[in-house]
Design a protein around this ligand. Sequence first.
Ligand code: PEP
Ligand code: MN
Length: 338
Amino acid sequence: MLIVMKPGVTQSEIEHVLEKIKHLGFCTKILINSSQTSIDITDGKGSIDAAIFENLTGVAETVRPQNPYKLASSQTLRKKSVVLIGNERIGGDELTIIGGVCAVETREQVFNIAETVKKSGAKFFRGGAFKPRTSPYAFQGLGEEGLRILAEVRSHFNLHIVTEAMDNEQVELVEKYADIIQIGTRNMQNFSLLKRVGKSKLPILLKRGMSATLEEFLLAAEYIMAEGNENVILCERGIRTFSNHARNTLDLSIIPAVQKLSHLPIIVDPSHGTGKNFMVTPMAMASVAAGADGLLIEVHPSPENALSDGAQALYPEQFLELVKQVKVIHEVLSPVTV
Ligand code: PEP
Ligand code: MN
C-alpha cells in the first residue's frame, strides 16, 4: 500500500506516519520526487487497514498500487513530470525536438547538422559516439573523439547533447560530455546498466526494447528511478512485428497508454521507428498529434554516404520542414489560455 502525503507535508507528519507503520510491524520505503512524498508499505505480517492512516495530518490518500512499478506510476505522482536540463524542460506542455546525426562521423558532418538543428529552433542535439551495430564489421563509432566533437557542438551552438552509453564502463566517460544519457533499445533490460545510470546526475533517455511490453518498459524506468534518478524520459522507437514494409512498427498507441499509467514524459523516434526517409515526417506529425512530448530525428548532410542508418536520415531541408509542421500541430493541440 502507498500512503501519498499532501504537498508541503512536514517532517514530523511523515515521522508520525512512519512510527504508526513500524508499530504495526511493517517495513517502509519513502518515495520522494520533486513535488510529492509517498510512503510505500513494503512487507510485514498480514494485511494493513488503510483507514488507520486516512485521517492523519499530512496524509492525502492511501492507494493500493495495481502495478509492479511504483516510482514511475501515475498513482504515485499525479502531475506529469518535467525533466529540467539547464533552462530547458522536457515534458509538461513542451514539445521537445532532439535532432542530429545517427553516428558522429566527422567534425564537419556534425557541425553541418548542428547548424540546421540550431536554425530549426531545437535545443537538443543527438549523435552517437558509441554505436550498437548488428554487425561487428560495421562502423562502431568514434568513441571519445566523437564525444569531444559533441562537446564542441555544445559550446559552439549552445545545444544540449544527447548521446548513448552502451555499457557500464562507458557511463563515466559519457557523463563527462553529455547532458542526457541515452540507453538504447538493445539495452533496455541491461539491468546492471540501468542501475548504474540510476546513480547518475544526468537525465536518462530510455528507449523501448524492440520487443518490450509497456510493463517491461516502465519497470526498466523503475530500475533507474529506484537508484535515485527520477529524471527519465521514455522513448518509443518501434518494435518488431510481422510487418515488413518498415524497419520497425512504430507503436504510437503506447503514448496514451504511458500517459494513463505513468507521469514520465514520452517522446517518439520515427527515424528508427520506420527506417525509411519518406515515412519519418508523417509519423512525426502523427506522434505529436497523439500527444508525444517530443521527437528524436536523425539528419545527415548526405544520407546516401552515411556510415549508419542512411535510409532513414532526413536531408537538412526536410528536417527544417518537419519541425515547422509539428510545431503547428502542437500549437493546435495546446490548451488555449485566455
Ligand atoms: C540510436 O538512437 O542511434 C539507436 C541506435 O537507437 P535504437 O537503440 O533505438 O536502435
Ligand atoms: Mn541511428
